[in-house]
Design a binder for this molecule. Structure first.
Ligand SMILES: Cc1cc2nc3c(=O)[nH]c(=O)nc-3n(C[C@H](O)[C@H](O)[C@H](O)COP(=O)(O)OP(=O)(O)OC[C@H]3O[C@@H](n4cnc5c(N)ncnc54)[C@H](O)[C@@H]3O)c2cc1C
Length: 378
């Protein structure tokens, strides 16, 4: 039997890991992207991403997270790249905050190692954070920091070594179902394939078969603040953190650039965009001032104003869980989009699932809650 020919549309982290998984299983893969691998216009860039195992977003993700952790290590070995630093992870906030409670519940349910530090202990162990008296830290040792741009490149390098054809600067402008599979078009050139994996991130609405999917494009802004004592903010001393405070909320990443730590404010909102190509490349002064106020209040060891700001586009679904499965209403098509601000850490297992669906039509992983048809009207 001839090798199945699969097109992957989009090589952000989801398309890149899927391409890797398809190629290592012997498929004839063509992977297309409008831009270059690791570019900064979509959702898979910005220096760092959180990996955690005790998951406030739902404890049914834990088996997927465990598998993702193994696959990140495999990718590191295959591509000779350092991608995931296990620096541990903190969830910080009032003891009765729903996210603090959800993380503890998830850890208990799955018997995951974790430690709950009261305010005194938290201040001693992690003085990089300012803690109120009624706040706690939940420490998840199975957490760390991922490097997004090298990760995308590593997955595509591994895929290319396994025989995949990577086609940057190839925007897909048309897709049409044929009797045998699909015909897809880029710059006037047609490619006939048996199966299409749609992994377009926030650009989903640009592709006709995905137009009715409930994906909202949002802007997520990250701010970097210079550390007074860089050594105290490196991953060996500062875990990743999800900070929940009465006045502010953000995710926090250790120093990787030799200069600054990154926060992604949550409390200032992630505004909707009409289209990812309309992403403003800088933040408004009010946003920078509010982010600075949060950093000054909660991170005593950093400069008051950001030294760097980055904006990124991401696709969100109404329930903030991805759309992952066969594309409703079509044959020979898999859709993977709407990762809603938390897809990076899981990308290699999503890639494994994408390859299962493209090559076998099913997967052993439980992805019920990600079914693309769940929003279809009854
Ligand atoms: C600032 C920020 C912080 C985040 N923090 C975390 C975190 O700490 N931990 C975590 O797990 N997750 C995090 N996330 C979420 C995670 O990064 C995303 O869920 C993930 O990167 C989504 O990847 P993707 O491949 O779906 O999308 P993208 O990376 O946007 O990739 C889609 C690709 O498809 C290409 N494309 C689209 N249409 C076409 C077309 N017609 N033809 C060809 N190519 C096309 C685009 O050019 C793009 O390269 C964060 C997201 C953001 C934005």
């Amino acid at each position: 039997m001839s090798r199945p020919r699969v097109a992957v549309i989009g090589t952000g982290v989801i398309g890149a890991t899927t391409t890797w998984q398809l190629a290592r299983r012997g498929a004839d893969v063509l992977a297309f992207d409008t831009y270059s691998p690791g570019h900064d216009r979509g959702a898979s860039a910005g220096e760092s991403r959180i990996f955690r195992t005790a998951y406030k977003e739902g404890s049914n993700y834990v088996p997927l997270l465990r598998r993702a952790g193994q696959l990140w290590r495999e990718l590191e070995t295959t591509a000779s790249a350092e991608l995931l630093t296990m620096c541990g992870g903190l969830t910080i906030g009032p003891a009765d905050h729903p996210d603090v409670q959800a993380v503890q519940q998830c850890a208990e349910e799955h018997d995951l190692d974790h430690e709950v530090l009261d305010a005194d202990l938290a201040r001693k162990r992690f003085p990089q954070h300012r803690i109120d008296d009624d706040e706690v830290m939940v420490l998840d040792p199975a957490a760390g920091v991922l490097r997004p741009e090298p990760a995308v490149q590593a997955a595509l390098r591994a895929a290319a070594e396994a025989g995949a054809k990577i086609l940057p600067y190839h925007q897909i402008t048309e897709v049409a179902e044929t009797a045998q599979g699909w015909r897809i078009t880029s710059a006037g050139k047609d490619f006939d394939v048996d199966h299409v994996v749609f992994a377009p991130g926030p650009w989903a609405h640009r592709l006709e078969p995905l137009r009715s999917l409930p994906i909202e494009v949002r802007r997520i802004t990250a701010c970097w603040f210079a550390a007074h004592d860089p050594a105290a903010h490196r991953p060996d001393r500062l875990p990743i953190a999800i900070r929940r405070h009465r006045e502010a909320g953000f995710s926090c990443f250790p120093l990787l650039d030799g200069v600054s730590i990154k926060i992604v404010p949550h409390h200032l909102g992630w505004p909707a965009l009409p289209d990812p190509d309309e992403l403003p490349r800088s933040a408004e002064p009010e946003f920078a001032r509010a982010a600075s106020a949060a950093a000054q209040r909660l991170l005593p060891g950093v400069t008051p104003h950001p030294v760097r700001i980055g904006t990124f586009a991401e696709g969100f679904t109404p329930d903030e869980h991805a759309l992952l499965g066969p594309l409703p209403g079509h044959r020979n098509a898999t859709v993977m989009t709407g990762f809603s601000g938390h897809g990076f850490k899981l990308a290699p297992v999503f890639g494994e699932i994408g390859a299962d669906l493209a090559l076998r039509g099913s997967t052993e992983h439980d992805i019920t809650q990600l079914a693309p048809h769940r929003f279809a009207r009854a």
